[in-house]
Ligand binder design. Sequence first.
Ligand code: FES
Length: 172
Amino acid sequence: MDSAESIPDRLDDPRSLARRRLLQGIGWGGVGVLLTASVPCTIRFLRPQGLHGTGGPVELGTIQDYRSPAVTTRWVSRHGLWIVNRDARLFALEAVCTHLGCTPRWMPDRGLFRCPCHGSRFSPEGEALNGPAVEPLHRLAIRVEHDQVLVDSSLRAPLDRAVRDPRFFVRL
Ligand code: FES
């Protein structure tokens, strides 16, 4: 039999069609998985890396609420930040992992933040202690007005800039 004639026959074979549909399904499934996995990277890529985040100033209690050296975790779910009293300074850390944007957790027993997604760890100052994240956590603008602590998440800065810029810490 001529091999050129046998090809249409095999293409019309119901088992061949089913196999092709299965392979197409697997292919499209793979594309879907890749697209889904790339969403966090795309968001991170499109997000401005400068000083501008989202939101605006919010009142987060009085300065007396933060007099003791500690990491305050109560604002993470509502405002996506921690307020840290450390070395006679009060500062706000953005609760967004600099790897792919998950929310790290404060581990008081270890004195560090750990990201549940891929294991990055950060010091209480926000420095990246181990990867995959290499950049420190961002800091948010913070100030005290009439005893009220105000954090402005529309103004964010990388650690090296924030430690020198008085908009990003309050001396205690
Ligand atoms: S998103 Fe935090 S380590 Fe990957």
